[in-house]
Design a protein around this ligand. Structure first.
Ligand code: AHR
Length: 869
C-alpha cells in the first residue's frame, strides 16, 4: 500500500511539473521571428494519427510541438480502420488561410480538404470524389489568381496516371482531367523525425504561430490531466483534509425562471433495448426476417431461422418468400410435419420468462399448404420438457389467416420455449408467431414490458427522445430509420438491420413511442435523420456523409412533415387518420422534432438540414426544431453546428458529450459561459465514465454535481437526458447505462437513482445561493455542488447538495425570508463508497427551521424538499 501511495505521489509531482510549460516565458527578445514548420502524418503509423507538426530553426534539428499531438484528424468513414490521413499537403492561400488536402486511403477516388486560419481550429472536412474506380494518391495543390489546381496520382486497375481538377472555393470543382508530369511540382520534402524519415510540407512561419501551437498543446495536456482526476487519487489529493464546515445562504428576493423540463429520458434501441427488452414480445425473430446482413455476415447462425429449432428427425423447416403476408415481411417458415407431436420451437430472447397464473396472448399467421385443416398445439415448455401452458388452434385456410389464443402459465420460469406442434402430417406456412404477456405497461396491446416501462416512468421524465442516437440516422443511407416503416399492422412493418449489430423488428414503432410518452406524461421528442447517415457509417454513399440524393430529398422532407401530421393532424388528414386507425384519434401533442444526431457538419449536411428545417418551420411554426452540434463539447462540428444555428436562427440545439468524471468535476461552469441570446440547449446525450465503464457512486455523483450546474443554467439549458438508458445483460454494446435488465429482473443503477431524484424533484424557478467552505482549496470547492429550485405548483423549495469529497461537510443553512412553512422536510440521501454500485437512496424526515444544519456525508447526494408558504 505504501508503495502505491509513493508511486502516486511521484505521478502527481510529475504531472504538476508537466503543467509548468503553460507558464513558460515567451520572451520575444530571444525568440526568432520565424521558424520552419513541417506538416506530416507519420506514414509508419498507417495514417491514423492525423496531421502532426514539427518545428525547427535551422531545418536540421526538429522539435515536436507536443507529445502525441495531432492537429487534424480525418473524419472519413467508419470508426477504426478507415479514419486515415495519408500524404497531407498543407499550403497557405493568398489570404493567409491554411488549407490541407490529403489522401483517404489507397482505393477511394476522393481527396479530403479542410482549412484553418491558425492551424489550431479547423473548419469542416469535405471529401471530393474525383475518380470512379480509381484511387487518389499524393494530392498536391498549386494556385494561380485564386484558382487552385489539385492534382494527384492514380494507380488503380493497372493504370498509372496523373489527374487534376480546379476549384476556387473547395466546394465546386471542374471535371477531372488527365495531366502531364511537368504540370505538377510536389513540394513535399523528406525530413527525419525521431529517427524516421517522414514526408510532408515545410513552411516558413512566424514564431508566434508555432508558439501558439505549443501553448495549445500544453493546454490540451493540462485539460487531459484534469479529465483524469478521479477518486482513485483522492487519498493523496485530500490526504490532510478533515471534515469541513460550510455555510449556505439562499437568496429570497432574486430568482430566475428555468426550464421545467430539465430531466427527460433518451430511448435508443441499443443493447437490446427494444426487441428482447422494453418491447414485450417474447418470441425472437417472430417474422423470420433476421438476415445475415444484420451482422454483416459475421455470425453464421444469424439468419431467417435464428432462434427457431425444428424437432423430430423427419420433420423439416425451411424459409420461403413466395406470396408472403406483406411485401415488407418477405420471409416465412414452411413446416413439413412427418413426425406428428414434434414441431418448431422458439427459444425467445435467452429463454422466455413466465409468471405463474399470468395470461399470455398468442397469435400467428398460418396458411395450409396441403391439408384443408390442421390442428396445431401451442405449448410453453421448460428445459426438461415440463409443460407450463398449452392451447391449440385450428388452421383452416389456404390463404394467410391470423389465429389467436391465450396461454396461462402454471409456473414462474425463465427458461421456457414456445412449441408449435401440428397434429397432422403435411406442410403449413407460418409467420408472425407472437407471444405477449397480457400484463403490459398500462395494459396496452403490442405493449411494453411492465416492469421496465414502470422503472422508466418512475423517473417522471418530462420528455422522451427516440428512436436514437445513431439508430435514427443509420449506417449508410439505406439504414436510415424511416418512421413510416414502423407504423400500421405489425405484419406490414419493415424491420431492418440495427447498426448496433442486430435486428430491429419495428414492433416498437412510432405509434408505440408516442403512446408510451403519453402514458408517462412525457413530451415526445422524435429525432429524424438530417438526410445524412451516421458520421461513422461504413456502408453506402461517398464515405460517411453520402447524403440522400438531392432528387430524393423532397420526398424525405415530405416524410418529416407527414410525421408531424401523424402526431398532431386531424383525423381527416391522411396521416392523422392512420393514427386514429391505430387507436388514437386524439393528437399526441407533438411539440419538438430533432433533426440530425451529432452529425458531422459538412456542406452535404447543411444543404439537407436546411431543406428540412425550412420546410418544417414554414409549415409548422409551432414546432420547436432541434438542431445538432456534433458529438463533442468542442471541436469542428460543435463550432460549425453552433454557427449554422446562428445562421438559420435555430431555437434549440442538441449537444452530446460522454466524458470522464474529471471532466464533469472541472467543467461545471460550461453553461455559465453561454450567450443567453443564442439558441437554447438540449443536452441530448451525456454521461460520466471511469476506466472499466462502471455505473457507480462516483459516476452518479459526478452527474449529480454537474446537474446542479445545469439547474443553475436552466435558463439556457432546456432539457437534458442521460444516455444510453437500457442495457440487457449479455447483449450490452455500450457502458455505462442507467438501467440493466434480464428477462425477469430490472436492475436500476445508482446513476438511475440520480436521474430519478432530479426527475421527481424538478423546479421551474432557480434561487441564487452561495456556499462558503471552511477550506478554500479549489479542488475541494469544485467537489461541492449546490442548487436550489422552487416548484411553482407545489411551492416546495428543493435543495440539492452534492459532496464528492472523502470527508463530511457539516452545512449550516440560512433559509430566512423564504417562507418556510413546516418544521419538517423530506430528505433523500444517496451515498456510498465511490465504487459502490448497490447504494440506494434513503428517504427520511428531518427537522428544519429558517436556520438549520445538515451533514453532507462523504461522497453523497442529499436532496431536501421543504414546504413553503
Ligand atoms: O448513446 C449511444 C450512442 O452515442 C448514440 O447512438 C450516439 O448518438 C452517440 O454516439
Amino acid at each position: 500500500m505504501k508503495n502505491i501511495i509513493k508511486c502516486n505521489c511521484i505521478a502527481l509531482a510529475l504531472s504538476l511539473l508537466m503543467l509548468m510549460p503553460i507558464f513558460a516565458n515567451n520572451n520575444k527578445a530571444v525568440h526568432p521571428g520565424s521558424v520552419y514548420l513541417f506538416a506530416y502524418t507519420p506514414e509508419n503509423l498507417s495514417g491514423r494519427t492525423g496531421l502532426q507538426f514539427a518545428w525547427s530553426v535551422d531545418k536540421e534539428n526538429w522539435h515536436s510541438v507536443g507529445q502525441n499531438h495531432n492537429f487534424l484528424l480525418s473524419d472519413y468513414g467508419r470508426w477504426g480502420s478507415q479514419k486515415k490521413m495519408k500524404s497531407p499537403y498543407l499550403f497557405q492561400d493568398a489570404g493567409g488561410v491554411y488549407h490541407c488536402v490529403w489522401s483517404l486511403n489507397d482505393k477511394d477516388g476522393s481527396f479530403a480538404h479542410a482549412a484553418s486560419k491558425d492551424l489550431i481550429t479547423w473548419g469542416r472536412q469535405s471529401y471530393q470524389e474525383v475518380m470512379q474506380d480509381k484511387n487518389c494518391l499524393k494530392p498536391i495543390v498549386s494556385q494561380n489568381n485564386g484558382i487552385f489546381t489539385i492534382s494527384w496520382k492514380s494507380s488503380a486497375n493497372g493504370t498509372n496516371g496523373l489527374f487534376a481538377v480546379t476549384t476556387s472555393n473547395f466546394i465546386n470543382y471542374s471535371e477531372t482531367k488527365t495531366i502531364q508530369d511537368s504540370k505538377r511540382s510536389d513540394l513535399r520534402e523528406s525530413i527525419t523525425i525521431s529517427g524516421i524519415l517522414q514526408n510532408g510540407t515545410v513552411h516558413k512561419v512566424s514564431w508566434d504561430l508555432v508558439n501558439n501551437l505549443i501553448k495549445n498543446e500544453q493546454l490540451t495536456t493540462y485539460n487531459n490531466q484534469l479529465k483524469e482526476e478521479s477518486s482513485k487519487t483522492d487519498a493523496i489529493r485530500f490526504a490532510s483534509l478533515k471534515p469541513l464546515n460550510a455555510t449556505m445562504t439562499v437568496e429570497a428576493t432574486r430568482s430566475k425562471k428555468i426550464s421545467n423540463m430539465l430531466t427527460g429520458v433518451f430511448f435508443e434501441d441499443i443493447n437490446y433495448a427494444a426487441d428482447g427488452g422494453l418491447y414485450a414480445e417474447l418470441i425472437q425473430n417472430r417474422d423470420f426476417e433476421y438476415a445475415s446482413s444484420d451482422k454483416e455476415g459475421r455470425d453464421k447462425t444469424w439468419n431467417s431461422s435464428k432462434s427457431w429449432t425444428i424437432e423430430g428427425n423427419q420433420n423439416a423447416f425451411t424459409i420461403d418468400s413466395l406470396a408472403p403476408i406483406h411485401e415488407n415481411n418477405k420471409h416465412y417458415a414452411v413446416l413439413k410435419t412427418t413426425e406428428v407431436g414434434k414441431g418448431l420451437s422458439n427459444e425467445g430472447f435467452d429463454g422466455i420468462a413466465l409468471k405463474a397464473g399470468d395470461k399470455y396472448d398468442f397469435s400467428l399467421f398460418c396458411r395450409n399448404l396441403a391439408a384443408a385443416k390442421t390442428k396445431i398445439i401451442v405449448r410453453l415448455t421448460g428445459k426438461n420438457g415440463e409443460k407450463y401452458a398449452e392451447t391449440s388452434i385450428n388452421s383452416n385456410s389456404v390463404n394467410w389467416k391470423k389465429y389467436n389464443a391465450v396461454l396461462v402459465s402454471n409456473k414462474t420460469a425463465t427458461d421456457a420455449k414456445l412449441e408449435i406442434l401440428p397434429q397432422n402430417q403435411g406442410s403449413i406456412a407460418l409467420d408472425m408467431i407472437s407471444l405477449f404477456p397480457q400484463k403490459t405497461f398500462k395494459g396496452r396491446k403490442n405493449g411494453l414490458r411492465a416492469d421496465l416501462a414502470q422503472t422508466i416512468a418512475d423517473i417522471q421524465p418530462k420528455f422522451m427522445r427516440f428512436p436514437g442516437g445513431c439508430v435514427a440516422h443509420g449506417d449508410g443511407i439505406d439504414n436510415i430509420y424511416h418512421w413510416k416503416n414502423t407504423i400500421g399492422p405489425l405484419e406490414s412493418r419493415k424491420g431492418q438491420r440495427n447498426l448496433w449489430g442486430y435486428h430491429q423488428s419495428m414492433g416498437l414503432g412510432y405509434f408505440e413511442y408516442f403512446q408510451f410518452c403519453e402514458d408517462m406524461g412525457a413530451a415526445p421528442l422524435p429525432v429524424v435523420a438530417a438526410g445524412v447517415p451516421c458520421q461513422n457509417s461504413g456502408t453506402g454513399g461517398a464515405g460517411q456523409q453520402g447524403g440522400i440524393p438531392m432528387d430524393e430529398m423532397d420526398e424525405y422532407v415530405q416524410d418529416v412533415l407527414d410525421l408531424i401530421e401523424y402526431a398532431n393532424g386531424d383525423v381527416n388528414t391522411k396521416w392523422g387518420r392512420k393514427r386514429a386507425e391505430a387507436g388514437h384519434p386524439k393528437p399526441f401533442n407533438l411539440k419538438y422534432v430533432g433533426i440530425g444526431n451529432e452529425d458531422l457538419i459538412t456542406d452535404i449536411f447543411e444543404e439537407r438540414f436546411t431543406m428540412i428545417f425550412n420546410a418544417v418551420k414554414a409549415k409548422h411554426p409551432e414546432i420547436t426544431v432541434i438542431g445538432t452540434v456534433g458529438p463533442f463539447y468542442e471541436g469542428t462540428d460543435y463550432n460549425e453546428g453552433w454557427a449554422l444555428a446562428d445562421k438559420l436562427n435555430i431555437s434549440m440545439v442538441d449537444e452530446h458529450y460522454y466524458e470522464s468524471v474529471g471532466w464533469f468535476i472541472n467543467n461545471q461552469d460550461f453553461y455559465d459561459k453561454y450567450d443567453r441570446s443564442k439558441a437554447k440547449v438540449y443536452l441530448g446525450e451525456y454521461a460520466a465514465f471511469l476506466p472499466g465503464r462502471p455505473n457507480n457512486i462516483e459516476t452518479a455523483l459526478a452527474e449529480a454535481l454537474y446537474l446542479t450546474s445545469i439547474e443553475r443554467n436552466g435558463d439556457v439549458v432546456s432539457m437534458a437526458s442521460i444516455a444510453p438508458m437500457l442495457a440487457k445483460e449479455g447483449h450490452t454494446q455500450w457502458n455505462p447505462d442507467i438501467i440493466y435488465f434480464n428477462n425477469s429482473e430490472v436492475k436500476p443503477t445508482v446513476g438511475y437513482q440520480v436521474q430519478k431524484m432530479y426527475g421527481n424533484n424538478a423546479g421551474d424557478v432557480y434561487l441564487p445561493n452561495s456556499i462558503t467552505l471552511s477550506d478554500g482549496n479549489e479542488a475541494v470547492q469544485k467537489r461541492i455542488g449546490v442548487s436550489v429550485v422552487r416548484d411553482s405548483k407545489s411551492n416546495d423549495l428543493i435543495l440539492k447538495l452534492v459532496n464528492m469529497l472523502p470527508v463530511a461537510v457539516n452545512t449550516q443553512l440560512d433559509l430566512k425570508n423564504l417562507g418556510i412553512a413546516a418544521s419538517q422536510a423530506t430528505r433523500i440521501l444517496l451515498t456510498g463508497t465511490p465504487d459502490s454500485k448497490a447504494a440506494l437512496p434513503k428517504t427520511d424526515a428531518i427537522a428544519i427551521d429558517e436556520n438549520f444544519s445538515t451533514e453532507m456525508p462523504a461522497y453523497s447526494f442529499t436532496l431536501i424538499r421543504i414546504k413553503t408558504k
